[in-house]
Ligand binder design. Structure first.
Ligand code: FAD
Ligand code: NAD
Length: 466
């Protein structure tokens, strides 16, 4: 039996929530231990944000050269038939993941936080047993942060296995499927569905709701719908998946009008949401209060048991890496005795579709609920010089503000590359910017960011370029 480890802070999970909490705790001189059953970096780094963006980028590049090869590019670029070696693409993606794994391990080492490798299980509120390769390791801690993350939801009639895959397997395919049915037209379904369509797969998206990306307002998703059509992606809304054919080569669905249909599919990618990882680590031993499927937390990420905090996907929506990281940093400071509570004005959300969608703060409909009168300024990229030079004229920036004092409540954009604008959107809302602050800030020319300034000017009634 190994000697017990005793520490002030124990963190379970090295995803964005856990590893950031560990690094900050280490910086603050807190004696910290972190446990991980798989690889450093969690879902985000290993099978989520990073590998998906690598595949999306490779697909964008491939589609671009295919377009050049058609000889129709207005840029006057042409080339001979491009080829795709998906095995090499995936190896390149894996190398990025490997470098980042090492990066997180290095950062934890620099913060002097030891990593215990294995599955952790609570024995009581202060004691955790980790099943390591070399036997059980007991870790006793004054304070514990649960950062166990989330896992893909499995549909009972479409269990994962064989041709029915989750995003994890989709990001590791070494040969390109000729056909793919995507069940769920949310974040993952559309990001990966578009990427596979660009690589050459015939993609069909089956979405239960009346439109895809139902979390975003309809106007924001319109340019994405147009692009899906251009890419030949079939989108069936109001349709429900029912199962897989006996041979495993087709998805069975019922369409919006109730008809049964069979969609030929070499792979069926199920992306109907993610569930918190709340099983197998002894939740029942500590009997925490829950908020539905998630662990209930307060504005300091405290659970119902003293000394136990929870952060990240296991605590609910929005299940985003940057939310988990911000919670991790906050909790480490709370454990160090700092006065902190969750006071963020917005958690920007980005969908890395083509074109990209960004939403920070409130949509016009949400804003109307908190402010009886609002001002909206929307500026199209078709009037933006930089967008024209990038063939990125589809899309716009929209600013939503209170009518009385011009406080900015929300900023949304759709367009090529707008994900990079999310940082200035978040900053504006976090700092309580008014329309005049954005309008009065010099935005460098020529950039798509000028569209943001113009949208604020438009809301004030004097846009300059439309
Ligand atoms: P996780 O990253 O899930 O990490 C939890 C870790 O805990 C895991 O490593 C797990 O092995 C470990 N663990 C769990 N239980 C135990 C235990 N008992 N003992 C030991 N270890 C344990 N978010 C974005 O913000 N932007 C994106 O672009 C984005 N893209 C995504 C794309 C895909 C395909 C997917 C699947 C997700 C994406 N996400 C994205 C979501 C993002 O990955 C999650 O919000 C984020 O990883 C949550 O971080 P976390 O720390 O809460 O948990
Ligand atoms: P999601 O919640 O984004 O989308 C799931 C979709 O599936 C919804 O549109 C839903 O209506 C639909 N659906 C549910 N059941 C269905 C059924 N039986 N048949 C057909 N459609 C059905 O979930 P996701 O795409 O799996 O992503 C999970 C989470 O991962 C996201 O909520 C997000 O938090 C995170 N994520 C974020 C990013 C990003 O930030 N860019 C990217 C990927 C994932």
């Amino acid at each position: 039996m190994k000697k017990d480890m005793i520490c002030k802070l124990l963190i379970i999970g090295t995803g964005p929530g856990g590893y950031i909490a560990a690094i900050r705790a280490g910086q603050l001189g807190i004696d910290t231990v972190i446990v991980e059953a798989k690889k450093a970096g969690g879902t985000c780094l290993n099978v989520g944000c990073i590998p998906s963006k690598a595949l999306i980028h490779a697909a964008e590049e491939y589609e671009k050269v295919l377009h050049y090869a058609e000889g129709k590019s207005p840029l006057g670029i042409g080339l001979a038939a491009p080829t795709l070696d998906l095995g090499r693409t995936i190896a390149w993606k894996d190398d990025i993941v490997r470098r980042l794994n090492n990066g997180v391990a290095g950062l934890l080492k620099k913060a002097k936080v030891p990593v215990v490798h294995g599955w952790a299980r609570f024995k009581d509120g202060k004691t955790v047993e980790v099943e390591t390769e070399t036997g059980p390791q007991i870790v006793r801690a004054e304070t514990v942060i649960i950062a166990t993350g989330s896992a893909p939801i499995e549909l009972p009639f479409l269990p994962f296995g064989g041709n029915v895959i989750s995003s994890t397997e989709a990001l590791a395919l070494k040969t390109l499927p000729a056909t793919m049915a995507v069940v769920g037209g949310g974040y993952i379904g559309l990001e990966l569905g578009i990427a596979f369509a660009k690589l050459g797969t015939k993609v069909t998206v089956v979405e239960a709701e009346s439109r895809v990306l139902p979390l975003y307002d309809a106007e924001l998703t319109r340019p994405v719908m147009k692009r899906l059509a251009d890419l030949g992606v079939a989108v069936l809304t109001g349709a429900k998946a029912k199962g897989v054919s006996a041979k495993g080569d087709a998805l069975l669905i019922s369409t919006a009008d109730g008809a049964d249909e069979k969609i030929a599919a070499e792979k069926i990618l199920v992306t109907v949401g993610r569930k918190p990882v709340t099983e197998g680590w002894g939740l029942e031993e500590i009997d925490l209060d829950m908020a539905g499927r998630f662990i209930k937390i307060d504005d300091q990420c405290r659970t119902s048991m003293r000394g136990i905090y929870a952060i990240g996907d296991v605590t609910g929506e929005p299940m985003l890496a940057h939310r988990a990281m911000a919670q991790g940093e906050m909790v480490a400071e709370i454990v160090a005795g700092h006065k902190r509570s969750w006071d963020k004005r917005c958690i920007p959300a980005i969908c890395f579709t083509d074109p990209e969608i960004v939403s920070a703060g409130l949509s016009p409909d949400e804003a109307r609920k908190v402010s009886p009168e609002i001002k909206i300024g929307q500026f199209p990229f078709s009037a933006n010089g930089r967008a024209m030079t990038k063939l990125a004229e589809d899309g716009w920036v929209r600013v939503v503000a209170r009518a009385d004092n011009h406080l900015v409540l929300g900023i949304q954009a759709v367009g090529v590359g707008v994900s990079e604008l999310s940082t200035s959107f978040g900053l504006a809302i976090e700092m309580g910017a008014r329309l005049e602050d954005i309008a009065g800030t010099i935005h460098a020319h020529p950039t798509q960011g000028e569209g943001f300034q113009e949208a604020a000017l438009k809301a004030l009634g004097h846009a300059l370029h439309i």
